[in-house]
Design a protein around this ligand. Structure first.
Ligand code: HEM
Length: 311
Protein backbone atom coordinates (compact mmCIF):
# COMPACT_ATOMS: atom_id res chain seq x y z
CA UNK A 1 0.00 0.00 0.00
CA UNK A 2 1.21 3.52 -0.79
CA UNK A 3 2.15 5.19 2.50
CA UNK A 4 1.79 8.64 0.90
CA UNK A 5 -1.98 8.30 0.69
CA UNK A 6 -2.46 6.38 3.91
CA UNK A 7 -4.38 8.52 6.42
CA UNK A 8 -2.61 8.67 9.78
CA UNK A 9 -4.14 6.43 12.43
CA UNK A 10 -4.47 7.63 16.01
CA UNK A 11 -1.52 5.90 17.61
CA UNK A 12 -3.30 4.73 20.76
CA UNK A 13 -5.61 2.44 18.78
CA UNK A 14 -2.94 -0.18 18.14
CA UNK A 15 -0.32 0.76 20.79
CA UNK A 16 1.17 -1.91 23.06
CA UNK A 17 0.13 -2.08 26.71
CA UNK A 18 1.05 0.48 29.38
CA UNK A 19 1.23 0.76 33.15
CA UNK A 20 -1.53 3.38 33.51
CA UNK A 21 -4.56 4.71 31.70
CA UNK A 22 -7.22 7.38 32.02
CA UNK A 23 -10.63 7.08 30.39
CA UNK A 24 -12.71 10.24 29.96
CA UNK A 25 -16.32 10.04 28.77
CA UNK A 26 -17.89 13.31 27.63
CA UNK A 27 -21.30 14.45 26.45
CA UNK A 28 -21.46 17.47 24.16
CA UNK A 29 -23.46 20.57 24.91
CA UNK A 30 -26.32 21.49 22.62
CA UNK A 31 -25.39 23.01 19.25
CA UNK A 32 -21.60 23.26 19.70
CA UNK A 33 -20.59 21.17 16.68
CA UNK A 34 -19.04 24.01 14.67
CA UNK A 35 -16.62 24.74 17.53
CA UNK A 36 -16.24 21.14 18.58
CA UNK A 37 -14.97 19.87 15.20
CA UNK A 38 -11.74 21.94 15.25
CA UNK A 39 -11.36 21.31 18.99
CA UNK A 40 -11.52 17.54 18.48
CA UNK A 41 -8.93 17.76 15.71
CA UNK A 42 -6.67 19.78 18.06
CA UNK A 43 -7.04 17.34 20.94
CA UNK A 44 -6.24 14.38 18.67
CA UNK A 45 -3.22 16.22 17.23
CA UNK A 46 -2.06 17.13 20.76
CA UNK A 47 -2.24 13.47 21.82
CA UNK A 48 -0.37 12.51 18.65
CA UNK A 49 2.44 14.97 19.34
CA UNK A 50 2.79 13.95 22.98
CA UNK A 51 3.47 10.44 21.77
CA UNK A 52 6.84 11.75 20.56
CA UNK A 53 7.43 14.11 23.46
CA UNK A 54 6.83 11.40 26.06
CA UNK A 55 8.13 8.48 24.03
CA UNK A 56 10.32 7.45 27.00
CA UNK A 57 7.15 6.74 28.97
CA UNK A 58 5.32 5.20 25.99
CA UNK A 59 2.54 7.81 26.03
CA UNK A 60 -0.29 7.17 23.55
CA UNK A 61 -4.00 7.72 23.17
CA UNK A 62 -6.99 8.19 20.93
CA UNK A 63 -10.24 10.09 20.74
CA UNK A 64 -13.44 8.42 19.57
CA UNK A 65 -16.89 9.75 18.66
CA UNK A 66 -20.05 8.06 19.99
CA UNK A 67 -22.30 6.14 17.60
CA UNK A 68 -25.33 8.19 18.61
CA UNK A 69 -23.47 11.50 18.28
CA UNK A 70 -21.68 10.84 15.00
CA UNK A 71 -24.39 12.25 12.71
CA UNK A 72 -24.62 15.50 14.68
CA UNK A 73 -20.87 16.03 14.50
CA UNK A 74 -20.15 14.76 11.00
CA UNK A 75 -23.49 14.73 9.15
CA UNK A 76 -21.99 14.28 5.68
CA UNK A 77 -20.92 10.64 5.99
CA UNK A 78 -20.99 7.77 8.47
CA UNK A 79 -18.65 4.77 8.86
CA UNK A 80 -20.46 1.85 7.21
CA UNK A 81 -20.80 -0.31 10.35
CA UNK A 82 -21.16 2.32 13.07
CA UNK A 83 -24.16 1.25 15.19
CA UNK A 84 -25.29 1.86 18.76
CA UNK A 85 -23.99 -0.60 21.33
CA UNK A 86 -25.65 -4.02 20.84
CA UNK A 87 -27.31 -4.23 24.27
CA UNK A 88 -28.34 -7.79 25.21
CA UNK A 89 -29.67 -9.76 28.10
CA UNK A 90 -30.39 -13.38 29.00
CA UNK A 91 -31.47 -14.45 32.49
CA UNK A 92 -29.28 -12.36 34.78
CA UNK A 93 -26.51 -11.90 32.20
CA UNK A 94 -26.86 -8.29 31.28
CA UNK A 95 -24.93 -6.26 28.70
CA UNK A 96 -26.60 -2.85 28.88
CA UNK A 97 -25.97 0.10 26.58
CA UNK A 98 -24.80 3.39 28.02
CA UNK A 99 -23.66 5.70 25.26
CA UNK A 100 -21.45 8.77 25.43
CA UNK A 101 -20.73 11.43 22.81
CA UNK A 102 -16.93 11.36 23.11
CA UNK A 103 -14.34 9.02 24.56
CA UNK A 104 -10.77 10.09 25.27
CA UNK A 105 -8.44 7.18 26.01
CA UNK A 106 -4.91 8.06 27.14
CA UNK A 107 -2.22 5.70 28.41
CA UNK A 108 1.33 6.07 29.67
CA UNK A 109 3.90 4.44 31.92
CA UNK A 110 3.92 7.59 34.09
CA UNK A 111 0.74 8.48 35.91
CA UNK A 112 1.76 12.09 36.56
CA UNK A 113 1.96 12.75 32.80
CA UNK A 114 -1.47 11.23 32.27
CA UNK A 115 -2.96 13.35 35.03
CA UNK A 116 -1.45 16.49 33.50
CA UNK A 117 -2.65 15.64 30.00
CA UNK A 118 -6.17 14.71 31.17
CA UNK A 119 -6.47 18.14 32.83
CA UNK A 120 -5.12 19.85 29.72
CA UNK A 121 -7.62 18.04 27.45
CA UNK A 122 -10.46 18.88 29.78
CA UNK A 123 -9.41 22.57 29.54
CA UNK A 124 -9.26 22.41 25.75
CA UNK A 125 -12.86 21.17 25.72
CA UNK A 126 -14.12 23.78 28.18
CA UNK A 127 -17.60 25.13 27.43
CA UNK A 128 -18.22 22.51 24.74
CA UNK A 129 -18.64 19.24 26.62
CA UNK A 130 -19.37 17.84 30.09
CA UNK A 131 -17.20 15.19 31.64
CA UNK A 132 -19.73 12.50 32.63
CA UNK A 133 -17.50 9.58 33.59
CA UNK A 134 -13.84 9.09 34.40
CA UNK A 135 -11.87 5.96 35.30
CA UNK A 136 -8.23 5.26 35.91
CA UNK A 137 -6.78 1.95 34.81
CA UNK A 138 -3.61 0.25 35.93
CA UNK A 139 -1.47 -2.75 35.11
CA UNK A 140 -2.08 -5.44 37.72
CA UNK A 141 0.85 -7.76 38.40
CA UNK A 142 2.18 -9.31 35.17
CA UNK A 143 -0.67 -8.12 32.92
CA UNK A 144 -3.36 -9.85 34.91
CA UNK A 145 -7.03 -9.09 35.21
CA UNK A 146 -8.21 -8.70 38.82
CA UNK A 147 -9.47 -12.28 38.65
CA UNK A 148 -5.74 -13.18 38.72
CA UNK A 149 -5.62 -14.47 35.13
CA UNK A 150 -3.24 -13.04 32.52
CA UNK A 151 -5.30 -10.97 30.07
CA UNK A 152 -4.29 -10.14 26.49
CA UNK A 153 -2.21 -13.24 25.68
CA UNK A 154 -4.01 -14.09 22.45
CA UNK A 155 -4.16 -10.49 21.24
CA UNK A 156 -2.85 -9.87 17.72
CA UNK A 157 0.86 -9.05 17.73
CA UNK A 158 3.14 -6.78 15.70
CA UNK A 159 1.70 -5.54 12.43
CA UNK A 160 -1.34 -7.77 12.65
CA UNK A 161 -2.61 -5.36 15.34
CA UNK A 162 -3.12 -2.82 12.51
CA UNK A 163 -4.59 -5.46 10.22
CA UNK A 164 -7.20 -6.39 12.86
CA UNK A 165 -8.00 -2.94 14.25
CA UNK A 166 -7.82 -0.49 11.33
CA UNK A 167 -10.20 -0.05 8.42
CA UNK A 168 -8.56 -0.52 5.01
CA UNK A 169 -9.90 0.01 1.51
CA UNK A 170 -13.27 -1.57 2.30
CA UNK A 171 -14.57 1.81 3.55
CA UNK A 172 -12.16 4.28 1.92
CA UNK A 173 -13.41 7.57 3.48
CA UNK A 174 -12.83 6.03 6.93
CA UNK A 175 -9.55 4.31 6.22
CA UNK A 176 -7.24 3.98 9.28
CA UNK A 177 -10.21 4.46 11.62
CA UNK A 178 -11.42 1.88 14.12
CA UNK A 179 -14.69 0.69 15.67
CA UNK A 180 -14.40 0.91 19.47
CA UNK A 181 -16.59 -0.92 22.00
CA UNK A 182 -16.23 -0.24 25.71
CA UNK A 183 -17.77 -2.10 28.64
CA UNK A 184 -17.04 -1.27 32.25
CA UNK A 185 -17.22 -4.61 34.09
CA UNK A 186 -17.50 -4.63 37.90
CA UNK A 187 -16.19 -7.91 39.32
CA UNK A 188 -17.65 -9.73 42.30
CA UNK A 189 -14.22 -10.66 43.63
CA UNK A 190 -15.34 -12.08 46.95
CA UNK A 191 -17.53 -14.57 45.08
CA UNK A 192 -14.74 -15.30 42.55
CA UNK A 193 -12.08 -15.74 45.22
CA UNK A 194 -14.20 -18.33 47.02
CA UNK A 195 -13.99 -20.60 43.96
CA UNK A 196 -11.29 -23.30 44.03
CA UNK A 197 -8.52 -22.53 41.54
CA UNK A 198 -9.40 -25.45 39.24
CA UNK A 199 -12.97 -24.14 38.90
CA UNK A 200 -11.64 -20.67 38.05
CA UNK A 201 -9.35 -22.20 35.42
CA UNK A 202 -12.27 -24.13 33.90
CA UNK A 203 -14.16 -20.86 33.60
CA UNK A 204 -11.35 -19.08 31.78
CA UNK A 205 -10.04 -22.10 29.81
CA UNK A 206 -6.40 -21.46 30.81
CA UNK A 207 -4.29 -22.25 33.88
CA UNK A 208 -3.95 -19.45 36.38
CA UNK A 209 -0.33 -19.36 37.46
CA UNK A 210 1.39 -20.33 34.21
CA UNK A 211 -1.30 -19.10 31.79
CA UNK A 212 -1.33 -22.27 29.70
CA UNK A 213 -4.23 -22.75 27.32
CA UNK A 214 -6.32 -25.88 27.94
CA UNK A 215 -6.14 -28.58 25.27
CA UNK A 216 -9.07 -28.12 22.92
CA UNK A 217 -10.85 -31.28 24.14
CA UNK A 218 -10.52 -30.13 27.78
CA UNK A 219 -12.02 -26.66 27.28
CA UNK A 220 -15.51 -26.52 28.77
CA UNK A 221 -18.12 -25.13 26.36
CA UNK A 222 -18.91 -22.59 29.07
CA UNK A 223 -15.31 -21.35 29.36
CA UNK A 224 -14.58 -17.76 28.36
CA UNK A 225 -12.06 -18.56 25.66
CA UNK A 226 -14.29 -21.23 24.14
CA UNK A 227 -17.14 -18.72 23.91
CA UNK A 228 -15.12 -15.91 22.33
CA UNK A 229 -12.88 -17.91 20.01
CA UNK A 230 -15.12 -17.75 16.93
CA UNK A 231 -14.75 -18.46 13.24
CA UNK A 232 -16.62 -16.80 10.37
CA UNK A 233 -18.47 -18.63 7.57
CA UNK A 234 -15.20 -19.14 5.69
CA UNK A 235 -13.58 -20.76 8.72
CA UNK A 236 -11.41 -17.69 9.39
CA UNK A 237 -10.76 -16.62 13.00
CA UNK A 238 -12.79 -13.57 14.01
CA UNK A 239 -10.37 -11.26 15.78
CA UNK A 240 -10.48 -8.06 17.80
CA UNK A 241 -7.67 -6.06 19.40
CA UNK A 242 -8.33 -5.82 23.14
CA UNK A 243 -6.96 -2.79 25.00
CA UNK A 244 -8.58 -3.65 28.33
CA UNK A 245 -7.09 -2.76 31.75
CA UNK A 246 -8.13 -3.25 35.36
CA UNK A 247 -9.64 -0.14 36.97
CA UNK A 248 -11.19 0.98 40.19
CA UNK A 249 -10.86 1.10 43.94
CA UNK A 250 -11.65 -1.22 46.82
CA UNK A 251 -15.31 -0.19 46.60
CA UNK A 252 -15.78 -0.97 42.90
CA UNK A 253 -13.27 -2.63 40.66
CA UNK A 254 -13.06 -4.71 37.54
CA UNK A 255 -12.07 -4.52 33.91
CA UNK A 256 -12.46 -1.65 31.46
CA UNK A 257 -12.97 -3.89 28.47
CA UNK A 258 -12.04 -2.17 25.20
CA UNK A 259 -12.33 -3.75 21.77
CA UNK A 260 -10.79 -2.08 18.71
CA UNK A 261 -11.61 -3.58 15.35
CA UNK A 262 -11.92 -2.83 11.63
CA UNK A 263 -15.51 -4.09 11.78
CA UNK A 264 -18.21 -3.91 14.42
CA UNK A 265 -19.46 -7.44 13.86
CA UNK A 266 -16.69 -9.46 15.54
CA UNK A 267 -17.24 -7.84 18.93
CA UNK A 268 -21.02 -8.23 18.68
CA UNK A 269 -20.80 -11.92 17.78
CA UNK A 270 -18.41 -12.61 20.69
CA UNK A 271 -20.64 -10.80 23.17
CA UNK A 272 -23.66 -12.72 21.86
CA UNK A 273 -21.79 -15.96 22.33
CA UNK A 274 -20.91 -15.00 25.91
CA UNK A 275 -24.40 -13.82 26.91
CA UNK A 276 -26.71 -16.06 24.85
CA UNK A 277 -24.32 -18.97 24.43
CA UNK A 278 -24.08 -21.54 21.69
CA UNK A 279 -27.77 -22.37 21.37
CA UNK A 280 -27.31 -25.45 23.54
CA UNK A 281 -27.39 -23.69 26.88
CA UNK A 282 -23.66 -23.04 27.10
CA UNK A 283 -23.10 -19.39 27.99
CA UNK A 284 -19.92 -17.83 29.41
CA UNK A 285 -19.67 -18.67 33.11
CA UNK A 286 -17.32 -15.73 33.68
CA UNK A 287 -20.50 -13.64 33.58
CA UNK A 288 -21.59 -15.18 36.90
CA UNK A 289 -18.75 -13.26 38.53
CA UNK A 290 -18.75 -9.91 36.78
CA UNK A 291 -21.37 -7.46 35.68
CA UNK A 292 -21.25 -5.00 32.78
CA UNK A 293 -22.22 -1.57 34.08
CA UNK A 294 -21.88 0.22 30.74
CA UNK A 295 -21.73 -0.54 27.03
CA UNK A 296 -20.72 2.13 24.55
CA UNK A 297 -20.02 2.19 20.85
CA UNK A 298 -17.62 4.68 19.23
CA UNK A 299 -15.60 5.31 16.12
CA UNK A 300 -11.99 6.52 16.30
CA UNK A 301 -11.38 8.30 12.96
CA UNK A 302 -7.96 8.86 11.45
CA UNK A 303 -6.21 12.12 12.35
CA UNK A 304 -6.55 13.24 8.76
CA UNK A 305 -10.31 12.72 8.79
CA UNK A 306 -10.68 14.96 11.85
CA UNK A 307 -8.38 17.60 10.40
CA UNK A 308 -10.18 17.69 7.07
CA UNK A 309 -13.49 18.22 8.85
CA UNK A 310 -12.12 20.81 11.31
CA UNK A 311 -12.59 23.95 9.26
C1 HEM B 1 -9.37 -13.87 26.26
C2 HEM B 1 -10.60 -12.02 30.56
C3 HEM B 1 -14.46 -9.88 28.53
C4 HEM B 1 -12.95 -11.35 24.20
C5 HEM B 1 -9.40 -13.61 27.61
C6 HEM B 1 -8.50 -14.17 28.59
C7 HEM B 1 -8.83 -13.65 29.78
C8 HEM B 1 -9.96 -12.75 29.58
C9 HEM B 1 -8.19 -13.91 31.13
C10 HEM B 1 -7.40 -15.21 28.31
C11 HEM B 1 -6.09 -14.63 27.93
C12 HEM B 1 -6.05 -13.87 26.64
O1 HEM B 1 -5.93 -14.44 25.56
O2 HEM B 1 -6.18 -12.65 26.72
C13 HEM B 1 -11.76 -11.29 30.38
C14 HEM B 1 -12.48 -10.63 31.43
C15 HEM B 1 -13.57 -10.03 30.85
C16 HEM B 1 -13.53 -10.31 29.44
C17 HEM B 1 -12.08 -10.64 32.90
C18 HEM B 1 -14.67 -9.22 31.47
C19 HEM B 1 -14.90 -9.13 32.72
C20 HEM B 1 -14.41 -10.13 27.19
C21 HEM B 1 -15.37 -9.65 26.23
C22 HEM B 1 -14.96 -10.07 25.01
C23 HEM B 1 -13.71 -10.81 25.20
C24 HEM B 1 -16.61 -8.80 26.58
C25 HEM B 1 -15.58 -9.87 23.66
C26 HEM B 1 -16.85 -9.57 23.48
C27 HEM B 1 -11.82 -12.13 24.39
C28 HEM B 1 -11.07 -12.74 23.31
C29 HEM B 1 -10.05 -13.49 23.90
C30 HEM B 1 -10.19 -13.31 25.33
C31 HEM B 1 -11.34 -12.60 21.82
C32 HEM B 1 -8.99 -14.35 23.19
C33 HEM B 1 -9.54 -15.75 23.04
C34 HEM B 1 -8.59 -16.69 22.36
O3 HEM B 1 -8.39 -16.54 21.15
O4 HEM B 1 -8.03 -17.55 23.04
N1 HEM B 1 -10.29 -12.76 28.23
N2 HEM B 1 -12.42 -11.08 29.19
N3 HEM B 1 -13.42 -10.83 26.54
N4 HEM B 1 -11.27 -12.48 25.58
FE1 HEM B 1 -11.88 -11.84 27.38
Amino acid sequence: MDNQVMPREQLGVCAEGNLHSIYLMFNANEGVETDLRPCIANVAQYIYELTDQYADSAFNGFLAVGANYWDSLYPAARPAQLKPFPAMNADNRNAPALEYDLFVHIRCDRFDILHLVANEISQMFEGLVDLVDEERGFRFMDNRDLTGFVDGTENPKGRSRQAVALIGDEDAPFKSGSYIHVQKFAHNLSKWNRLPQKKQEDIIGRTKQDNIEYESADKPLTSHIKRVNLKDNDGKSMEILRQSMPYGSVKEQGLMFISNCRNSNNFEKMLESMVHGDGNGNHDHLLHFTQALTGSSFFAPSLDFMQTKAG
